[in-house]
Ligand binder design. Structure first.
Ligand code: F6R
Length: 242
């Protein structure tokens, strides 16, 4: 695991965009799983600007959705697919045909998860997983406890995740209680993992991710045992430099 600490959020965004651009440069058809959440938004803005200038061409990547709320259709602005669409797919001119979605409809969830796993296997696994760090160590919606073999599946959100998503939804009572996530098994097997972390409020969970016991209670701690992991953090989030 390689920890890179940079000055601030702006620098995280630039360095994160460099990592993604270099992977796409080497393999234009890279299979990349894309987090939403606040932290990677600056990276995606950087990439969009580079795309507009013609410095990056991400239009041939295969983009995989990382997670989704159950019961929230893709047309709903609050769906994670909608967020991924606005922040990543549209600005980078990635066509629908290059996007692998997760199911959002409970009735089709089992089948949809199986189809997603088949799509990941068909391309030989992820070339890159772009991940944020949940306040409880979740990766995607792999909520604690999640071990390294946790599959792509339906999950119940923890209270901590409901609270941390409350602003986005307009209050904890309206946050959906269930979600679908790409499994830990697929994420940890990615050839490269980019974990992006920003802000003092992430300091404690980042410390537990990097140096704490490897345990299902902190799913992100399994990154200690995965290959090809880059943790990109700003000073505020960094436990060693803080
Ligand atoms: C989002 C996701 C979540 C977030 C995490 C951190 O698709 O899967 O795991 O990455 O909750 O969110 P932020 O970046 O908003 O702190």
């Amino acid at each position: 695991m390689k920890l890179i600490v940079v000055d601030d959020y702006e620098a995280v965004s630039r360095a994160g965009a460099d990592v993604i651009a270099s992977i796409i440069g080497r393999k234009p058809h890279s299979a990349i799983v894309i987090a939403t959440g606040d932290t990677p938004m600056g990276i995606y803005e950087q990439l969009a600007a580079r795309n507009a200038r013609g410095d990056v061409d991400a239009s041939r990547i295969l983009a995989f959705q990382l997670d989704e709320y159950l019961g929230v259709p893709p047309g709903d602005r609050r769906s994670l697919y909608g967020w991924m669409e606005r922040s990543f797919l549209a600005p980078l001119d990635i066509p629908d045909a290059n996007v692998v979605r997760l199911p959002w409809d409970e009735g089709l969830a089992e089948e949809g998860c199986a189809a997603y796993v088949r799509a990941v296997e068909a391309v030989g696994g992820f070339d890159l997983a772009v991940l944020g760090l949940g306040p409880n160590g979740h990766l995607g919606f792999n909520e604690p406890p999640s071990g390294p073999g946790s599959r792509t599946r339906l999950v119940d959100l923890t209270n901590e995740s409901i609270e941390s998503n409350a602003d986005y939804w307009g209050g904890p009572d309206v946050v959906p209680r269930r979600a679908v996530t790409a499994g830990m098994d697929l994420l940890l097997a990615a050839r490269q993992i980019l974990l992006v972390v920003s802000g003092e409020h992430k300091q404690d969970i980042l410390r537990r991710t990097l140096d704490g016991p490897v345990t299902p209670d902190v799913p992100s701690s399994y990154l200690q045992q995965a290959g090809g992991v880059i943790v990109l953090a700003d000073r505020a989030a960094s436990p060693s430099v803080g």
